[in-house]
Design a protein around this ligand. Structure first.
Ligand SMILES: Nc1ncnc2c1ncn2[C@@H]1O[C@H](COP(=O)(O)OP(=O)(O)OP(=O)(O)O)[C@@H](O)[C@H]1O
Ligand SMILES: [Mg+2]
Length: 401
């Protein structure tokens, strides 16, 4: 039995462990607490910190290949631990390092001619003021311009993202963060129509699997739901999507993954926006996550293989199909997010709650409910994406956390 090691014990690791066991793999987890979501679902839990070199090296020596659930690992810890143990971490620490920094991530997109918003790396406040002057107003439209400051590393769920729409906001931001300005990039605000997402998996042989294009929606900077596929794909058809720009984007991303020798699953958050040069829409990449992703959880029920299986197949160099096979014409995913006052008000009904039969529940095993914390998610399949989403929005109203 192949032994797979996962660095980290959150819900992404938990779902990977569950899917890995189904595939006949022995799933090991390195995390700090025995009640971490992934630690609960494997006999092969190892107590330790993925950012401690000796603990990591010891863990690696007990598995055949390792992977991550977060791109934010310290390369200075990973490299020597890999050298000591002679066990590979996939995707490679070099690519994880490159893609976990917003500056090098944007440069990677630019280098591979993948459409993304204009950006600048920041050294001084003048860099930011100059860039703001250039992008404060989108051509031909009022109040749709502005810039966005983004922390280069460790941003998530909107933490580290600052939307600036006028000169006053800019100066206030510079007063607050000017001293650490080199830790940020600045990009043009995109007045997007909707947010989309797309995933790929690539194995060592170079086979690339493409997932369908999906739409997602955030509430308070946290993903609330996903629905898809975007564009009408008749049931049983192979094409990932007939959205006009997707085929081109898929080609560009596939080429970039090949040229970078990327191995594993990779997720792209996208903006669908009106083109700056024509009346058509265009798709821009907003952000890359070199791992399995919340926007792909729908795949647990909606596609074969699902994103966790695809990631494991990729890192083991097992064969991959060109596209994920859809199990229905429409699917949706809804995140179950914690509410801060549920304990006090006694509003939590999740224990007594009886889920409807057409909803697939995925709980993450977290005992403490906090405001906005991802406690689980649910998925539904239906004749259309909208019908699937409707099943979940109705269910979400009845479930109180
Ligand atoms: N250039 C932009 N123009 C308009 N809106 C933007 C821009 N960049 C980010 N946003 C908005 O802010 C959200 C968070 O930004 P982004 O995804 O880059 O950061 P994040 O905090 O890393 O998010 P995540 O939770 O996905 O890790 C986006 O989903 C989008 O709604
Ligand atoms: Mg994001």
């Amino acid at each position: 039995m192949k032994r797979i090691g996962i660095l980290g014990g959150g819900q992404l690791a938990r779902m990977m462990v569950i899917e890995g066991f189904k595939m006949g793999l022995e799933m090991h987890v390195l995390s700090s607490r025995a009640d971490d979501p992934a630690a609960q679902v494997t006999r092969f839990w190892h107590e330790g910190d993925p950012n401690s070199e000796p603990e990591l090296a010891q863990f690696l020596s007990r598995v055949d290949v390792a992977t991550v659930e977060s791109e934010f690992l310290d390369e200075r810890v990973l490299a020597p631990a890999i050298q000591t143990s002679r066990v590979a971490v996939v995707p490679s620490p070099k690519l994880l390092g490159l893609l976990s920094d917003r500056k090098t991530q944007k440069e990677w997109l630019k280098q591979h001619k993948i459409p993304t918003s204009p950006f600048v790396a920041l050294h001084t406040a003048t860099d930011a003021r100059n860039f703001f002057r250039e992008h404060a107003h989108s051509p031909g439209r009022k109040n749709t311009g502005g810039v966005v400051f983004k922390k280069r590393r460790h941003g998530y769920d909107g933490y580290g993202t600052f939307i600036i729409q006028n000169g006053r906001e800019l100066e206030e931001w510079l007063n607050k963060f000017g001293d650490s300005i080199h830790e940020f990039i600045c990009e043009a605000f995109i007045p997007f129509r909707r947010e989309l997402a797309l995933q790929f998996a690539r194995n060592t042989d170079g086979e690339i699997l493409c997932y369908p294009l999906v739409e997602w929606h955030a509430q308070n900077s946290r993903c609330l739901w996903v629905k898809g596929p975007v564009g009408a794909i008749p049931y049983g058809k192979k094409s990932p999507s007939d959205h006009p720009q997707t085929a081109k984007l898929t080609r560009l991303i596939s080429r970039a993954l090949k040229q970078s020798s990327y191995v594993g699953l990779i997720s792209f958050e996208l903006f669908e926006a009106r083109s700056r040069s024509s009346a058509q829409t265009e798709i821009l990449v907003n952000e890359i996550a070199p791992r399995v992703h919340n926007s792909g959880h729908y795949s647990l029920e909606a596609t074969t293989p699902n994103q966790f299986q695809a990631h494991l197949r990729a890192i083991l160099n097992w064969p991959l199909p060109k596209t994920a096979q859809l199990c229905s014409n429409g699917f949706a995913m809804w995140n179950i997010l914690g509410k801060s006052d549920s304990r006090k008000s006694g509003a939590n009904n999740s224990r007594e709650w009886r889920p409807p039969h057409d909803v697939h529940m995925h709980w993450y095993g977290k005992s403490e409910i906090r405001e906005g914390r991802k406690m689980g998610h649910m998925t539904a399949l239906a004749a259309t994406p909208e019908a699937a989403l409707k099943i979940l929005s109705t269910t979400a109203k009845r479930l109180k956390l």
